[in-house]
Ligand binder design. Sequence first.
Ligand code: HEC
Length: 204
Amino acid sequence: MKKIKILFSITAIATVAVLVESCHDKRDPGRTYMPDMAVSRAYQAYDANNLSKEGINYIPAPVEGTIRRGDLLPFDVPFDSAGYKMSASIQDPLPPLDSTQMAEAQRLFNINCAICHGPKMDAQGPLSASGKIPAVANLTQKMYVDMPVGTMFYSVTYGKNNMGSYASQLTREQRWMVIQYVKSHQLALAKEAAAGSDSTATKN
Ligand code: HEC
């Protein structure tokens, strides 16, 4: 009899507990019995965690001023008119690209730049031809053929008027590769364009 009483009271307590527990706000996740299951241990890199009051990073962010392995040195030219002038003296840090790297540079140019500058660098990309982006530079013009690589790198890094910055889309190395591609092709394309306009002139 005593056992039945104990069993009865345990059941009653459990029922009340279940009832009380089930009456709470449905959006409230309730008590956590096993925090391991509720709180993911899959920490994200560089995410502040709450393991300590200081919010120590599980994987700390790189120390300021450090460079990723294999990365080129930062482009230490300020984003202002003095920086633009200064950039003219900056040299391309890459050795001349081989044919595979040049093909990669062309691919990057066609993806990132040709939409405005056109695959022939004559400012006839779909965005400029449709008039959506006005005043796109025709890179086959003499002023761009003569433009120092450092100036080009500056403008591709920081952007210029209607052209945005490519610093987040292309690594420093990729930006220099694209500029080598522009430099190695713009003169030939300029000649091609001149020959093209000559032939139109003779036709008319
Ligand atoms: C959204 C259209 C657009 C895209 C995409 C674009 N450009 Fe431009 N670019 C422009 C415009 C517009 C100018 C003219 C800026 C000015 O002088 O007002 C320009 C100018 C330039 C210049 C001359 C910069 C100077 O200092 O006068 C270079 C070099 C250049 N672009 C290279 C590139 C390269 C390389 C890419 C790809 C990584 C690229 N552009 C992508 C629109 C674009």
